[in-house]
Design a protein around this ligand. Structure first.
Ligand SMILES: [Zn+2]
Length: 100
């Protein structure tokens, strides 16, 4: 059998055909796991390059940051309440819950 050409050794598309339920087998686009037919380079640009971007208030990073700050405030509030009870056991219980 002939030696495979470099193009045959390139990474293959990971998509599966809807009709045959077999792997696509087309070469994957560089930097992607799928071929050009199965969504490589697809989708709208992210961040300021997207036309719907206004202030960054609703980006994944901003939402995750707000959730993190809310969790910190919640745990700090719980700890403050436990310290107000004056029970060292309550304080250590809150600290253990937050560590988990
Ligand atoms: Zn494909």
């Amino acid at each position: 059998m002939n030696k495979p050409l470099p193009m045959h050794l390139s990474p293959r598309c990971r998509a599966t055909s809807k009709r045959t339920a077999k792997p696509c087998r087309a070469p994957a686009v560089t930097g992607w796991k799928v071929c050009r037919f199965h969504g490589a380079r697809g989708g709208a640009p992210r961040g300021p390059a997207n036309g719907a971007y206004s202030s960054g208030l609703h980006t994944k990073e901003a939402i995750a940051g707000r959730k993190h700050v809310a969790a910190l405030i919640k745990s700090a509030t719980k700890l403050t309440e436990a310290m107000g009870e004056g029970e060292p056991v309550a304080v250590s219980r809150v600290l253990m819950e937050d560590a988990l």
